[in-house]
Design a protein around this ligand. Structure first.
Ligand SMILES: *Cc1c(COP(=O)(O)O)cnc(C)c1O
Length: 384
């Protein structure tokens, strides 16, 4: 236990180790075919220090709101793309003024973006987000294959792109995102192959080469016992083959993948301190100073059907033998607030610190921080 950890205001907090992010990016660059860019989807972890560090490491930042756009610009990002349904006029205007690429989600959004650009006297950078006619198999969150609030249905994309080109917009290409949190490497590779094929088909129908094809992401990370990391070497190798055989109309296109969770999920831990140790009808509860208002995902209430335990430990007894089965709960007045359900841990008492791993993505910013009015968790980025 370090001196810092004994200090009581160190919890509740998130610690993110950027050294781990750097290793993952290096591993991915080694696996991907030369020239395939890596974008960071910053909604996974929008901490300004994280975004600043990412700007220096990756090839683009993907934002999903005007607020994220402002953080990315402040972090010095130059290559920014803006996807997401429901972009307001003020958000479109900020993106056009900043020279960011807008990934259009509908024909009506295209009309608004074009008229805002005309009013500003600027040439907008516009790409079209495609709602593909396939989904990423085994994905935790499917985002293609049927009717969707995201993207323009593939069959309607060529007409829209022709219209963008005809009005003199700077058409930047296609954005095709088919799913999230997939652990099936074969399915990810199949989806990338289908995505490159779809981009080629759409480009043929348009009769123009897309400057950039954003292949989406969907790379998952193992959260639970028995899950395995994806095989990026295999995915990269298969993508290499797909790109070698791509439609000639894509010969001069650039390609990129966009990832959030895979880049940052494993770099974070959430630390919370035991405030009370109580027994109820034969079960032991460790009641902590944190909970689902900081780390909703670990409580099983963020897009999961069956609640399973995230990896959890007593941080100041790391490596000690398991001595008892306990439930680790937060300080909120709801039975949903459970960080660990019936987990085997070394004995922990009041003042000890619980670590919940895999807390780098969709943690602090994806949790209902205002619920019950407790203070937010501190967030610290290290080894930048
Ligand atoms: C959320 C999102 C991502 C990131 O997804 P991860 O599963 O975190 O990698 C990428 N692209 C778009 C368009 C998104 O909305």
């Amino acid at each position: 236990m370090t001196a810092a950890m004994e200090h009581s205001d160190v919890t509740p907090s998130f610690f993110y180790d950027f050294g781990i992010v750097r290793e993952k990016v290096a591993m991915l660059r080694g696996a991907l075919p030369a020239g395939v860019g890596i974008h960071y989807a910053m909604k996974a972890n929008p901490l300004p220090a994280m975004v600043s560090a990412m700007v220096a490491l990756v090839d683009g930042i993907d934002v999903a709101s005007g607020g994220e756009l402002a953080v990315a610009l402040k972090a010095g990002a130059v290559h920014i793309s803006f996807a997401g349904p429901g972009k307001r006029d003020a958000e479109l205007e900020s993106a056009i003024r900043a020279g960011s690429t807008i990934n259009l989600e509908s024909e009506t959004e295209a009309t608004r973006a074009l008229s805002i650009a005309e009013r500003l006297g600027m040439t907008p950078r516009l790409a079209v987000r495609v709602n593909p006619d396939f989904a990423l198999k085994g994905s935790g969150m499917k985002m293609g294959g049927g009717a969707a609030p995201f993207g323009v249905d593939a069959e309607r994309v060529p007409a829209l792109v022709k219209r963008l080109i005809a009005t003199g917009a700077d058409w930047r290409g296609f954005h095709i995102f088919a799913g999230s949190q997939a652990l099936d490497s074969g399915a990810i590779a199949d989806t990338q192959a289908a995505t490159v094929a779809l981009a080629g088909k759409l480009a043929q129908e348009v009769g123009a080469t897309p400057p950039l094809v954003n292949l989406g992401g969907g790379f998952g990370i193992p959260y639970f016992a028995g899950e395995q990391p994806i095989d990026v070497a295999m995915i990269g190798e298969r993508l290499g083959g797909v790109l070698e055989n791509r439609d000639s109309i894509l010969k001069d296109s650039k390609f990129a993948i966009e990832l959030g969770r895979w880049l940052v999920g494993e770099c974070g831990i959430y630390l919370t301190r035991v405030v009370d140790r109580k027994e109820s009808r034969g079960e032991i509860f460790l009641v902590t100073d944190g909970g689902l208002h900081h780390q909703l995902a670990a409580s099983g209430n963020f897009g999961t059907v069956v609640r399973r335990n995230y990896p959890i430990a007593v941080a100041n007894r790391f490596g000690f033998d398991v001595e008892e089965t306990v439930s680790v709960v937060g300080c909120l007045c709801t039975p949903l607030d459970r960080l660990g359900d019936q987990v085997g841990l070394p004995r922990a008492d009041v003042g000890d610190v619980i670590a919940v791993f895999m807390a780098g993505a969709y943690g602090a910013s994806a949790s209902p921080a205002s619920f019950l009015g407790h203070s937010p968790a501190r967030e610290v980025l290290t080894k930048v």
